[in-house]
Design a protein around this ligand. Sequence first.
Ligand code: MN9
Length: 292
Amino acid sequence: MKDLHGVFVALVTPFLPDGRVNKLALRQLIRMNLHKGVNGFYCCGSTAEAFLMPHEQRKEVLEICAEEIAGEAAIIAHVGEISQDGAVDLARHAAGLEVDAVSSVAPFYYPFTFEEIRRYYFALAESADLPVIVYHIPGYSGVKLSEEQIASILEDPRFAGLKHTSSDFFALERLHSRFPDKYIFNGYDEMFLSGLAAGATGGIGSTYNVMAEKFIRMYELAGENRWDEARRIQTDVNKVVSVLLRTGVIQGIKGLLTLMGIDAGNARAPFRALSGEEMDELRAILPLIRAL
Ligand code: MN9
């Protein structure tokens, strides 16, 4: 397994108007981020619209990612599904590619017990023969795992770490102290530095698609204890995130990519297309995104 420290882009999936994957745009997006020097990619996660894509299309996207990245950076493949069988199938598929780890949200929608959720994670670990990263995102999934529950999964050596998409930095710090050798990825881009301060070993984020260099720089500055300089970059990032939260994060990132010359298309329905005014708003923040 490659080293998983640092900055991981949660890739969006560019789509053509008919719903097929825009392979050329996906490859361009990957190349742009490899060129910027990201440490890795998180493929087929929430940002990729995984839950809006047919199962086979998720495999197709991961295959394109593995081919284009080709060992130049690390790959974490998100394989989460409500169905354990479906997730196991995706994990086995990922294990056949040049992928460094798999990751999954907790199974959601139905009121699964924690024991059922834990069994789901262990089924993934058994089937994939790849390290597993637990993806905790209670704000989206509605599944809130306690620090003790997460610890009871992480203590198994097959689990390499946690993607922590939560503003509970107390829990992040407690888990980092308890498992100093596991990777903990900060999930909310607007709180990247807070996550690093609490012990995160890096971050996985959607807005990295369009401004990875800002996160790479913050990561370096934090490592050198230059927090004041890092915080100035976080402030610029947060101005961008504030706009994206208004347009819709996935739609807004895709709009920005299109303005940058990568035809990312629209987010899948039921997400709606951006209005002309929203595109103008995005155009207005391009200089901020480009400045470092
Ligand atoms: O991958 C992302 N989480 C989700 C992490 O999209 C659910 C974040 O990058 C957020 O999109 C971002 C905006 O809140 O921080």
